[in-house]
Structures are given as structure tokens and as C-alpha cells.
Design a protein around this ligand. Structure first.
Ligand SMILES: C[S@@+](CC[C@H](N)C(=O)[O-])C[C@H]1O[C@@H](n2cnc3c(N)ncnc32)[C@H](O)[C@@H]1O
Length: 297
């Protein structure tokens, strides 16, 4: 999910084929400022339901609750949550019995994550780093599983570079679990009323989509000065092949007609499970996918 709401504001994109994996520092700076400013508001927002973690020691985030049937048992495993944001999913995985490390480049996100973990008694190491530097910071072949998603890959310009990071963090036999916004969802132009229009790139291209908006994808109690962010799409095939080419094997790939936030405002309805679906003919569009792969070399 982009940090901006997609219901208004402006989006621009060029569209040339990716050539370089180097993060343009302006893109990086804008995105970091956007996430740092939004993290405290997200922790206060009803969307992340942080208060529920304090009220109920068994409470799990909607995201992790949805994941359990495909994630399986993680009790006793050592995991890393890449792009952990304010830590709600990281704490949920600890509540499922995993030993977790959380990584994010946003210091303000990690401040919220640390507060949540300390005050709920979840023992988690949180590390501030660009995801592309995760192996240098955390170490090679250290984890039984990598957990990530729900608006993570879209901040990274090069999915192949990310896949290599995932592979290198895992012990042989270790697995990746990602449930992510579907690239067809990211390609939708949400400013078009009543219709689903693919207005943005489906495939990975070097030039990001630039959003200008002072809001969030969640209901928040403030507007933000950091109102520019940049994101990149990655096609399903590009993501799968990036992982296979590192020496990983695909275990499952499941597409869902729902996502855990109102991705296309005005076109969606929330179900009892906390998932949002298209009001009309939800079978038209995959909104998220779950992918699980394991390291074979
Ligand atoms: C939408 S959150 C995804 C996490 C989780 N699904 C959630 O909603 O809590 C995106 C996170 O990615 C982080 N992020 C963006 N670009 C990053 C990068 N290059 N390296 C590390 N973290 C990054 C942001 O700081 C933010 O916390």
C-alpha cells in the first residue's frame, strides 16, 4: 500500500524498462520522510487496532490471522519480518510462537514497534536498515523464514535484488512467506469512478509512480507535510522468476479477491474478516496474492 490515500491527490508515471537497481536518493528520501511522519498516526489509527494488542494477549493482527492457513505453524522458528512498519504483524508472529527480528528503514516506525513489543512483553529485536542492506546488517543464512508483504515490495525498485536478499537471509531449507498487494491492483487507476482501469505499469519499470497526497491509506487524525512518495510495480512472473533464479523453489501461489485495507476507495466493502472486496463482481480482479517458496541450495 502506498503511504498516501489513493482516492485523491495526483499520480504520475513515465514508463521505461528497468535498467538500474540503484535507489535514486530523492526517491529514498521522500519515501522515508513519508513513512516517518505517518508511523505515529498509524499507531493511533483504528486501522492497525494497536489498542487490541494491549487489551487481549492472544490478539493477532488481521493480516496474520488471514495468513495462518497458508503460513502454518511457526512455533519455535526464527523469523525476520522485512519492512515491519509499526510491528503489529511482528508481535503477532511472536504470539504464534516464533522468535522474531523486525527490520525497517523508518526510525519512527521502529519507535512505535519497539513500544508495542516492550509494552506487550514480546521479545523482538528491531533493526533500522534499508531492506537491500539486510544481509550485511543481520547476517547470512540466519533465519528459518522471511515474512513480508502488504505494501512492502512496491517500495523497492528492483525485485531481483530483493529476492537475492531473501535467499541470502535464509538457511538452506528456510522459506519465504509473502502476502502482497497484487500487481494488477497496483496497476489500477483509482481516480476513475465506476470502472476498473489499468492506468499504471503492471511490469517493473525504472521510473516510479509518484504520488502526491497528504493523507494515508488508513483513516488518520491528521494531514502530513511529507506528501510525495514513489513506488514500483513487479509482475507476478517477475517476482516468481526472481526467486527461482536465486535457488529457491515455489511451494504455493494463491491469488485472493480481498485485501486488508480499502485499496480502491468507493468501490469496496469490508467483510467480517477485516478484508475488503470489490462491491460489484469481486471475481474481476485479484487484490492480493500469497506466495511461499523455500531455499533449496
Ligand atoms: C505498508 S508498510 C508494510 C508493512 C506491513 N504490511 C504493515 O502494514 O504494517 C511499508 C513499510 O516499508 C518500509 N520501507 C519502505 N521502503 C523501505 C526500504 N527501502 N527499506 C526498508 N524499509 C522500507 C516503510 O518504512 C514501512 O514501514
Amino acid at each position: 500500500m502506498t503511504p498516501s490515500a489513493k482516492s485523491s491527490g495526483s499520480r504520475t508515471t513515465a514508463g521505461r524498462k528497468a535498467g538500474s537497481s540503484v535507489i535514486d536518493t530523492r526517491y529514498y528520501r521522500d519515501n522515508l520522510a513519508a513513512w516517518d511522519e505517518r508511523a505515529p498516526a498509524h499507531a493511533r489509527s483504528e486501522g492497525y487496532r494497536v489498542a487490541r494488542f494491549y487489551e487481549d494477549p492472544a490478539y493477532l493482527s488481521d493480516v496474520v490471522r488471514f495468513d495462518i492457513p497458508l503460513l502454518g505453524d511457526v512455533a519455535g522458528l526464527e523469523g525476520v519480518h522485512l519492512q515491519c512498519h509499526i510491528g503489529t504483524d511482528t508481535v503477532s508472529l511472536v504470539r504464534r510462537g516464533a522468535r522474531m527480528t523486525g527490520l525497517d528503514f523508518s526510525g519512527e516506525s521502529l519507535a512505535q514497534a519497539r513500544a508495542l513489543s516492550q509494552e506487550t512483553g514480546a521479545d523482538i529485536e528491531f533493526v533500522q536498515s534499508d531492506v537491500y542492506d539486510a544481509v550485511d546488517v543481520l547476517g547470512r543464512e540466519r533465519f528459518d523464514f522471511v515474512f513480508t508483504g502488504i505494501g512492502a515490495l512496491c517500495w523497492l525498485p528492483d525485485v531481483r535484488r530483493w529476492a537475492q536478499v531473501v535467499h541470502d537471509l535464509l538457511r538452506p531449507g528456510g522459506f519465504l512467506f509473502i502476502r502482497e498487494g497484487h500487481p494488477m491492483l497496483w496497476a489500477m487507476d483509482e481516480s476513475v469512478d465506476d470502472e476498473l482501469v489499468a492506468g499504471y505499469p503492471y511490469f517493473e519499470v525504472a521510473q516510479p509512480v509518484t504520488d502526491e497526497h497528504d493523507g494515508s491509506y488508513l483513516p488518520v487524525d491528521t494531514t502530513f507535510r511529507a506528501d510525495v512518495s514513489h513506488s514500483w510495480n513487479h509482475g507476478i512472473g517477475e517476482t516468481v522468476m526472481a526467486l527461482l533464479d536465486t535457488g529457491m523453489a515455489l511451494d504455493l501461489l494463491v491469488e485472493h479477491d480481498s485485501c486488508p485495507w480499502e485499496a480502491l476507495p468507493g468501490k469496496m466493502v469490508e467483510g467480517d474478516d477485516g478484508e475488503w472486496r470489490l462491491v460489484e463482481r469481486p471475481e474481476r480482479l485479484a487484490l492480493t496474492y500469497t506466495l511461499r517458496a523455500h531455499r533449496i541450495d
